[in-house]
Ligand binder design. Structure first.
Ligand code: GAL
Length: 680
């Protein structure tokens, strides 16, 4: 696997984060101290300019970048590189005062007032024009600064706008999509139902809260449009910057499984993927292991967007945040584990929000490397500095990647369609949780699966898990057939292939579009279980213990699949619940009901072994591998409160510099990175 270093100038892992010197320009003493303390903490990067518009352009057309130049120069002189943000995430008051169309309109059609952030219309011509001017100025001023590593486009794109300009663009988007033929749209959206037929694209409104929101196709298309429009806005920014200097890479910071935008679409426009990770550590509702696994799932989703290259952990909180229901401080040692988990999953950066706590406004109590106390002798500072030291020891990891033969399909259209479908039980649909649980179970088996969309290239994987793949994009059914026919193994579940890309039900038996041939079954009914309902599985090989069925159970008509398990009770007792069919050179597994992911472990182990995928079960230790050229880097994270004793671990442990000859003893909270020559 080719080494793919994101930032050759850094010679290793990036350690840095959001820095807002513009809030401290009247305190040169503090700005000087920042540099001194950054060096102590092993910081080699600062993300500047996020939300700095009113300091760049205090009045319309009057620009001042002198303060930024001074800061960038000073940082650079001290070995600290810059990622420079475009300031479009929040607007100065003069802009909204003069161009009120830049402010967003809510789902009731009411325009917001000036304020907060991310409160802008992505369609507004005036806003786009103003953003283009400030971005061009920034690029002209700084694109050739030797300290500049990358552009950070805006900040955490999100939300939606229902203003007239957006409505107009939505109509145009639909007209293009349906080839200017309103009948095609009527058909795709099944509008004869409740007399919802349209005579022209101009009659279509977005799904206002108090308007039309019962047409599934419309709801889904609005979400797709919002992604398209946001991406278009982002492309506009990227284009402006690249016109000045095309070789500076661009990213934007994504958010944890953010619901409102299809990141699989947006990522296509970016050079590097980055995201902001704020797990709710030490909560009172789940085991710590689950918080880590959920975070790892997010990392894997991000890294899979650009195969063969590392991703970036753009923001994380060194101490605590200020927006969770309970803002608990990170316990000692947790910071190191979280940072190394990012690396283990394929990140080449550890970055924070934020370097220094501000004095006022809504984030004054948000955690930072430097507290209001202002010194470097705090617990948080020490933990950050310790991570800084450790990162230097693993600099060789930079540019290596996770290369895995297993993937899980997860996508936004399916998320949206399942949530919007009027059926099942709203409270137990749990598409995200189902995917996270299955992925986590694989990770517990030492299999760090990629997380991909229906559009990704599936051919490099030996096994694909596709839970609840309710919506089939054009071409997915064919792709799946071909994949299995050529020797791939697919694991699918209840709710596969019910609807097409417009959310029209597939006819002729679920899983639709011919997939019932591949699986050798037809799902005839879907039973929704109350939380108090009981059912179980009886496995045909008799080897496994009783498995509890919960939430959903499909009643199958078996055509030519082998039945692996049947239902234990109810009127469908004895009916098939888990099946497998050989199709061409591959196998298609179908799990027709929901069970705990841990209850599928034996089956997963069997499937992975059939595919020749190695497993490595390590109770209490999270395990990942990165590779580059002739080296592997194995990561071991012990987030339990007990010592863990591992065998069969060989190579050089980079953090301690020790050679390992089979044994690795890990104290609670310990991290190990073991380097090995391939073939050793
Ligand atoms: C992020 C955001 C930062 C900061 C941080 C606080 O979502 O990008 O600007 O607000 O949250 O946790």
């Amino acid at each position: 696997m080719k080494r793919n270093t994101l930032f050759p100038k850094l010679n290793g892992i990036m350690h840095g984060g959001d820095y807002n010197p513009e809030q401290w320009l009247d305190r040169p003493d503090i700005l000087e101290k920042d540099i001194e303390m950054m060096k102590k903490a092993g910081i080699n990067e600062a993300t500047l300019g996020v939300f700095a518009w009113s300091m760049y352009e205090p009045e319309e057309g009057k620009f001042d970048f002198s303060w930024l130049r001074k800061i960038m120069d000073r940082l650079y002189e001290n070995g600290i590189y810059t990622i420079l943000a475009t300031p479009s995430g929040a607007r100065p008051a003069w802009l909204d005062e003069k161009y009120s169309e830049a402010m967003r309109v809510d789902a009731y059609g009411v325009r917001n007032h000036h304020g907060v952030r991310h409160n802008h219309c992505m369609s507004s011509t005036k806003y786009r024009e103003k953003v283009e001017i400030i971005d061009r100025k920034l690029a002209e001023e700084f694109a050739n600064h030797p300290g500049l590593l990358m552009w950070h486009i805006s900040n955490e794109f999100g939300g939606e706008c229902y203003c007239d300009q957006c409505v107009c663009r939505f109509r145009k988007y639909l007209a293009n999509k349906f080839e200017h033929d309103i009948e095609k749209l009527n058909k795709a959206w099944w509008t004869t139902f409740w007399s919802h037929r349209f005579n022209s694209f101009d009659q279509i409104e977005p799904p206002y809260e108090n308007g039309e929101n019962s047409v599934m196709g419309l709801n889904l298309e609005w979400k797709r449009f919002t992604t398209w429009n946001m991406t278009d806005f982002m492309k506009h920014e990227i284009h402006t910057l690249k016109a000045v200097r095309p070789d500076i890479p661009v990213t934007t910071n994504f958010m944890t499984l953010y619901y409102g935008l299809d990141y699989h679409e947006m990522c296509k426009e970016l050079d590097v993927i980055s995201w902001d990770s704020y797990p709710v550590f030490h909560n009172d509702y789940e085991a710590p292991e689950y918080t880590y696994l959920y975070n790892a799932f997010n990392h894997a989703l991000m890294r899979s967007m650009k195969p063969g290259q590392p991703f970036m952990l753009m923001e994380s909180a060194p101490g605590l945040v200020n927006w969770q229901p309970f803002n608990k401080v990170r316990r000692p040692g947790n910071h190191k584990l979280a940072c190394f988990q990012a690396l283990a999953c394929g990140s080449d950066t550890v970055q924070y929000f934020q370097w220094r706590k501000g004095r006022g406004s809504s984030e004054q109590y948000h955690g930072a490397v430097v507290d209001h106390l202002g010194t470097d002798d705090t617990r948080i500072f020490r933990e950050v500095a310790e991570v800084g030291e450790l990162l230097k020891k693993v600099s060789d990891v930079a540019g290596s990647v996770v290369d895995t033969p297993v993937a899980l399909v997860y996508d936004w259209d399916t998320r949206w369609a399942i949530d919007d479908m009027r059926g099942m039980a709203q409270s137990t649909k749990n598409y995200d949780k189902t995917c996270v649980d299955i992925w986590s179970e694989l990770l517990k088996l030492g299999v760090d699966a990629d997380i991909i969309s229906q559009q990704h290239d599936w051919s490099k994987y030996k096994v694909i898990f596709a839970p609840m793949m309710y919506l089939l994009q054009d071409g997915t059914a064919e792709k799946l057939k071909e994949y299995v026919a050529n020797g791939g193994i697919v694991f699918a579940t209840y709710l596969t292939g019910y609807v097409d890309k417009d959310q029209l039900c597939n006819l002729g038996g679920f899983p639709g579009q011919g997939l019932n041939e591949v699986f050798g079954i037809i799902s005839e009914e879907l039973d929704t279980l109350y939380p108090t309902d009981q059912n179980g599985l009886i496995w045909k090989n008799g080897a496994r213990i009783r498995t509890e069925v919960k939430d959903y159970a499909e009643i199958l008509r078996v055509k030519d699949a082998t039945v692996l398990a049947t239902y234990e009770s109810d009127f469908y007792a004895g009916g098939a619940a888990v099946t497998c069919k050989q199709y061409g050179k591959g196998y298609a597994y179908y799990f027709a009901c929901r069970v705990e992911a841990s209850d599928m472990r034996a089956l997963f182990t069997q499937i992975l072994s059939e595919a020749g995928v190695k497993t490595k079960e390590l109770a209490g230790v999270e395990y990942h591998v990165r590779v580059a050229e002739d080296k592997t880097y194995e990561f071991y994270l012990n987030y339990t409160t007990e010592e863990q004793y591992l065998t069969n671990v060989n190579g050089t442990e980079l953090l301690s510099g020790q050679g390992l000859d089979g044994e690795l003893v890990m104290a609670p909270g310990a991290v190990a990175v073991v380097e090995k020559q391939i073939g050793e």
